[in-house]
Design a protein around this ligand. Structure first.
Ligand code: GLU
Length: 449
């Protein structure tokens, strides 16, 4: 199914697979990076001699812990918590927490591995890590969420610190959860250590634009991809998967830049609204009332709900997968291309399968991989850390300009690297190599770590 790996990285992949048995998503993420790295080892033989790839594929530390909690009826539940501290060559471990029933070590490791390169791409001083729990927040009361977060942090806090490991949100972890987590960290440590978590509320250490940053940043990246092709987002028909934090602010920025977003989704179905998605209604339903996207169609005239529908069958020019991993397979990718899609920007982490990526690259469309395209979230987390360190808070406009500059720079550097390494226009190669070289050089400079 996969094309063979280049000879100089095949053995490394086999070893990663053997010693991380059953962790399919992690294998997938590693394989994708290794596919890009063969020419790097030729240019930098010291990386091979010093086994930098092998070292990068092995997390610095993996923490797995019990999270016991009680629901509102008094029933006891036991979940499993994770924090994989993957790489700290460039700065403290940085990356979100995911609360979702699908979470297991393989998911956390794929996310942590991607985070290492993504964070390097931002140019900010942050290493990579990821964590979470196999906890399902759906249908849980505020009080249950709080008790879960407090129990989770009671165990995790000993591993964190503003110079050590700085979590944030991901799927199932937003402003509410970060609040409960921060409150418990503060109680346990007796320190108001703002920089230990990002995604905090405005008014208690949070940064403006952090909430919007992943979505806005992904749209800036797509804008840049279109720009080098002499094109723009103005008037483009777009679809955005998901309806959570990334999707909402992707839709908002696409619309601001003159594009028309006609569909979004959740894990149960698809909403199509040919007049253009009413993003304020999505915000109200999802951020305030925590309801399903199906309700959108009952509240908005002319909108349709397709239960269990396949979003990728809706013709569009720009597609922005912003829900979860492996949501676009090879068939979906072929459908998108056949329907006239010219650009894909990944707001989610690894939303396209390896086969899907091959379809996009072979079709020659602009494909922005998550590592590059969705780096705006974590980049703005680093801006939040900067503000915390200087006890300052910046305006929305100033912070958004910084985010835009970072995304524009990530586009430029991934573009240039792809060209330098003989794959012009291939942002997968550009992102993997740019991120890898930054981390690898720092690791070599720091000795055998
Ligand atoms: N979970 C986000 C990501 O995938 C953000 C991480 C952060 O802000 O630390 O990059």
């Amino acid at each position: 199914m996969h094309p063979p790996l280049p000879e100089n990285v095949e053995a490394i992949f086999q070893q990663v697979r053997a010693r991380n048995a059953g962790e399919d998503e992690f294998h997938q993420a590693v394989r994708e990076v290794l596919e890009s790295l063969a020419p790097v080892l030729v240019k930098y033989p010291e990386f091979a001699e010093q086994k930098v790839i092998e070292r990068i594929c092995e997390p610095e530390r993996q923490i797995i812990f019990r999270v016991p909690w009680q629901d509102d009826r008094g029933e006891v539940h036991i979940n499993r918590g994770f924090r994989v501290e993957f790489n700290s060559a460039l700065g403290p471990y940085k990356g979100g927490l995911r609360f979702h029933p699908s979470v297991y070590l393989g998911i956390v490791k794929f996310l942590g591995f991607e985070q290492v390169f993504k964070n390097a791409l931002t140019g900010m001083p942050i290493g990579g890590g990821k964590g979470g729990a196999d906890f399902d927040p759906k249908g849980r009361s505020d009080a249950e969420i709080m008790r879960f977060c407090q129990s989770f942090m009671t165990e995790l806090h000993r591993h964190l610190g503003e110079h050590t490991d700085v979590p944030a949100g991901d799927i199932g972890v937003g402003g509410r959860e970060i609040g409960y987590l921060f409150g418990q960290y503060k109680r346990l440590t007796n320190r108001y250590e703002s920089g230990v978590l990002t995604g905090k509320g405005i008014g208690w250490g949070g940064s403006l634009v952090r909430r919007e940053a992943t979505g806005y940043g992904a749209v800036f990246f797509v804008r840049e991809m279109l720009k080098v092709r002499g094109d723009s987002l103005g008037g483009k028909t777009c679809i955005v998967s998901g309806s959570g934090n990334v999707a909402i602010y992707t839709i908002e920025k696409l619309q601001e830049l003159g594009a028309k977003v006609i569909a979004c989704s959740d894990s149960h179905g698809v909403v199509v609204d040919e007049q253009g998605i009413d993003v304020d209604l999505v915000k109200q339903l999802k951020e305030v009332e925590r309801r399903r996207i199906a309700d959108y169609a009952t509240l908005r005239r002319g909108a349709r709900y397709l239960p269990g529908g396949n979003l990728w069958e809706i013709p569009c020019q720009v597609a922005m997968p912003s829900a979860t991993q492996n949501e676009i397979n090879g068939r979906d990718a072929r459908t998108l291309v056949a329907n006239g899609c010219i650009a894909v920007g990944e707001g989610a982490n690894m939303p396209t399968t390896p086969e899907g990526i091959r379809v996009f690259l072979e079709a020659g469309i602009a494909f922005g991989p998550g590592k590059a395209a969705n780096a705006g979230g974590v980049a703005t987390s680093a801006l939040e850390m900067q503000q915390n360190a200087s006890r300052d808070s910046w305006t929305f406009e100033f912070t958004e300009r910084k985010l835009d500059a970072i995304m524009t720079d990530i586009h430029a550097s991934t573009w240039a690297t792809a060209e330098e390494f003989g794959s012009p226009g291939n942002y997968v190669v550009g992102a993997n190599i740019t991120g890898f070289i930054r981390v690898a050089k720092a690791m070599l400079a720091l000795g055998l770590i």
